[in-house]
Write a protein that binds this ligand. Structure first.
Ligand code: FES
Ligand SMILES: [Fe+2]
Length: 352
């Protein structure tokens, strides 16, 4: 039996609150960026996304150089973003390129808004808020299942009034399945191994899973707990700063893509993939039909995923409130992964 020992190195207040900006953060789903500009906040920075004529997403500071109002309230005109107030126009690099009432003896302002490296990949918009010259050397977390025909995705938005560290501690600590009961895909996790590096924490649990998608009817296990047959599976969870990935056996994958907003607010996208790998006959069907099936089944685990998120968000927000009210109170931690998560955050914050 495990000995009770308090966590040896809890995050101090100043260490809990930072982020390492030199990473790719996920700021939106691709489908959210349509013809209108989209305003968002990533770690205190107000940013606006818009699509140019070629469909490429551009990201610049969300403020007009003229009177500092939000450009996201304006509109896209060709390759430019037009401010709603006096119609000044900005390009995707953040330069002011047109002022409707500029006289012949006046010049366009030379000051420029900050532009951000931005990429669209695997259904999401990834943005690099740090030093732009480093963006090419930092890899994006790949999500190959997003376009793969053998995987059905469900996306749930996490919108919580808490610092992202509370969310990551929640996601890496598999012992909190107690909270989820029937929503949970596994039971009885036991931490077997833990690896740490400056970029990631990998925790390997052994668990009992009910999740085996080998027959078409087995998908109903997702909805009817009585049909579940527990069997042992490895449960591997990884905090690959700043995002999170978990796999349970071969049929289950879930990711959390992070967009930290401030010390007390976090957005994230939780993506669950149901694998159809076991259905050989399905793979022989025409590609068009498989694509149709993938599209039609998108969101099939929505109720479960949203339910999990709701339960977790309540706990995370309570932790945040408790921390703000009594920051000196020491929590008592039994799971080593939580300490590793805190160490990784501290190292990453110091790097920047
Ligand atoms: S405030 Fe944007 S054009 Fe005047
Ligand atoms: Fe949870």
């Amino acid at each position: 039996m495990q000995q009770f020992t308090p966590a040896p190195a809890q995050l101090r207040k100043s260490e809990r609150w930072g982020i390492n900006l030199n990473h790719w953060y996920v700021v939106a789903r691709s489908s959210e960026v349509k013809s209108a500009p989209l305003g968002l906040t990533l770690w205190h920075q107000a940013i606006v996304l818009f699509r140019d004529q070629a469909g490429q997403i551009q990201a610049i500071e969300d403020r007009c150089l003229h009177r500092q109002v939000k450009l996201s309230h304006g509109k896209v005109v060709g390759d430019q973003l037009e401010c709603s107030y006096h119609g000044w126009c900005f390009n995707g690099s953040g330069a002011c390129v047109a002022v409707p009432y500029l006289s012949e003896c006046q010049k366009l302002p030379s000051a420029q808004l900050k532009g951000y490296p931005v990429r669209e990949q695997d259904g999401f918009v990834w943005l690099f808020p740090g030093e732009p010259s480093l963006s090419d050397s930092v890899p994006l977390l790949g999500l190959p299942e997003w376009d793969h025909l053998n995987y059905i995705a469900t996306v749930s938005l996490i919108d919580c009034k808490a610092h992202y560290s509370f969310l990551m501690e929640n996601l890496m600590d598999m012992y909190h399945g107690h909270l989820h009961q029937d929503y949970q895909a596994w039971a009885d996790p036991v931490l077997q191994d833990l690896e740490e590096s400056p970029e990631r924490v990998d925790a390997h649990y052994q668990a009992q899973s009910y999740y085996k998608i080998d027959k078409i009817w087995s998908i109903s296990q997702l909805f009817f707990p009585a049909l579940r047959q527990l069997h042992p599976e490895p449960l591997d969870v990884s905090y690959i700063y700043p995002h999170w990935v978990a796999t349970l056996g071969e049929d289950f994958k879930i990711c959390c893509l992070l967009c930290p907003i401030s010390e007390t607010a976090t957005r994230a996208y939780l993506i669950h993939f149901t694998s159809l790998n076991a259905f050989d006959k399905l793979h022989k069907l025409p590609i068009g039909f498989r694509r149709f099936l993938k599209t039609r089944l998108f969101g099939s685990a929505q109720r479960i995923l949203d339910g999990l998120v709701q339960q977790d968000v309540q706990m995370i927000e309570e932790e945040q409130q408790a921390y703000l009210q009594n920051p000196e109170r020491q929590s008592h931690e039994l799971n080593r992964t939580v300490t590793s998560v805190q160490r990784l955050i501290r190292q990453q914050v110091r790097q920047h």
